[in-house]
Ligand binder design. Structure first.
Ligand SMILES: Cc1cc2nc3c(=O)[nH]c(=O)nc-3n(C[C@H](O)[C@H](O)[C@H](O)COP(=O)(O)OP(=O)(O)OC[C@H]3O[C@@H](n4cnc5c(N)ncnc54)[C@H](O)[C@@H]3O)c2cc1C
Length: 436
């Protein structure tokens, strides 16, 4: 496996590098660990699970490296659609009513953040700075970690029932256009030619050539974490619980296995980052937007290009393990048991997208796997990337919601720059944890 030559080495008895602890080895933490090593820091990764394993959201996502996914889910008028989505048994949104009192303040802020086109544009402009060259950055990281085949840069497709349905999404595409996103429009015959398995009810496509896709996010994250270890990071398999901060300086990260003395730390614990951020003085309104996937092994049909359909609001594409459909938003917190009916909804949509999947095929039936994950979401649709209130030695790097795989490469660089005391390469004001 290749290890980038630009990593500094800990050769020699005394290691006087600044020591930083990266908490969490999902996509964000693993990228942060690599970039922190590249910045000349000594790195310890604290992660209780196997990096890239199914406990992490980075494992089961749709794999979209969608540099154009800059529009937050809540757009003007979204609140009008919510009752319809909730009432539809095959709809993309679900709410556990018992959890509503806890989620309500977050939900109201979430809807308010997309209240006007100006709000949405502000969010999109900021997200674009984080995501614009994500496919290139990921291709580079994947090559460096020895898994170049896992990142593809062949564009992504949004399939619509009609041109009129696309026009109904005009605001989002107008906002994207202003951030510099470009796309091709595929009329019915072009869509048919490019996607012969897709149901004929889809008659209009938007193809975004700049975007990319990860063929197996779990393996990709595992490879990034392995690469960090091979490049000199240490891993401690435990859970971080807090910080020892004295006079504004970080002295140690507290873990279930004891204290780790250090000079800096990055909180990259995805949807479970809230209590850690609070322990560093930054209470932020982090919520889980739960999502599901279904993987059909040996599927007989599917897309040529990773495809999102506007009617079911799900993404389908081939992963190394089979045909994956990912989507759904369920607001029920971190602890509620999975509701596998949400994954079955994805399966139903998948069979309706590709009708030949619904026909019995020769041989044994395909194995179908289900998964639940927690999108770490802040109500304004932007992550937290910046110093904690109690100490600038602690960097918050979480809350990427629907775009955390895509945004992890740039976020890793930014978190490492903050940890190393280097000026961040993009303005971090929109991501400042203190905005709440
Ligand atoms: C259905 C679905 C589809 C999605 N599709 C896409 C997509 O196509 N493209 C995209 O860009 N994004 C997508 N996302 C979002 C994306 O998966 C997440 O935003 C991203 O994975 C978050 O990465 P992370 O590293 O912040 O968190 P995680 O991957 O959850 O990693 C956090 C890590 O921190 C560890 N941890 C937790 N607590 C502690 C602790 N106390 N101490 C130490 N370690 C701890 C965990 O064990 C875990 O390994 C999707 C999400 C879902 C659910």
């Amino acid at each position: 496996m290749t290890v980038a030559r630009s990593f500094s080495s800990a050769a020699g008895a005394a290691d006087d590098r600044r020591h930083v602890v990266v908490i969490g080895a999902g996509a964000v933490g693993s990228a942060t660990a690599i970039e922190a090593l590249r910045a000349g820091l000594r790195v310890t990764v604290v992660e209780p699970g196997e990096p890239g394993g199914p406990h992490a959201t980075s494992y089961g996502n749709a794999g979209w490296l969608s540099s154009h996914s800059v529009v937050p889910p809540a757009l003007p008028g979204a609140w009008l659609k919510v009752p319809g989505w909730l009432a539809d048994p095959l709809g993309p949104l679900a709410l556990r009513w018992r959890y509503l009192p806890r989620a309500l303040p977050w939900l109201l802020r979430y809807l308010a953040s997309g209240w006007t086109e100006a709000h949405v544009q502000r969010t999109a402009d900021a997200l674009r700075t984080l995501l614009a060259d994500a496919p290139v950055l990921h291709a580079r990281l994947a090559a460096e970690a020895g898994v170049p085949q896992l990142v593809e840069r062949r564009g992504l497709l949004h399939a619509y029932l009609s041109r009129a349905e696309f026009d109904g999404d005009a605001l989002g595409w107008r906002v994207r256009r202003r951030t510099g996103v470009q796309w091709e429009e595929w009329p019915q015959d072009e869509l048919r030619r490019r996607e012969p398995d897709l149901h004929a009810r889809y008659t209009f496509g938007i193809f975004v050539p700049e975007a990319g896709h990860c063929r197996d996010p779990g393996s990709y994250v595992a490879a990034l974490a392995r690469h960090a270890l091979e490049a000199g990071a240490e891993r401690i398999a435990t859970r971080a619980t807090g910080f020892r901060i004295e006079s504004g300086r970080l002295r140690a990260v507290l873990t279930e296995a004891g204290e780790i003395a250090c000079d800096g730390a990055a909180i990259c614990a995805g949807a479970r980052s809230g209590p850690l951020a609070a322990a560093a003085g930054s209470a932020v309104p982090l919520e889980s937007e739960r999502g599901y996937h279904v993987v059909v092994e040996d599927a007989a049909a599917g897309p040529r290009t990773p495809t999102m359909v506007a009617d079911g609001k799900l993404i389908a594409h081939w992963m190394d393990g089979g045909l994956r459909a990912a989507g759904q938003v369920e607001i029920a917190g971190l602890e509620a048991a999975p509701d596998w009916r949400r994954a079955e909804i994805l399966h139903t949509h998948l069979r309706s997208m590709f009708p030949s999947l619904a026909r019995p095929a020769p041989g044994p039936p395909s194995t179908v796997k289900h998964w639940l994950g927690h999108r770490p979401s802040l109500p304004d649709g932007l992550p937290c990337i910046g110093p904690a209130a109690a100490s600038a030695d602690v960097v918050l790097a979480f809350g990427h919601g629907h775009v955390g795989l895509c945004g992890s490469a740039r976020t890793g660089r930014l978190a490492a720059q903050l940890l190393a005391g280097i000026a961040p390469e993009i303005p971090l004001k929109p991501f400042d944890p203190a905005r709440f």
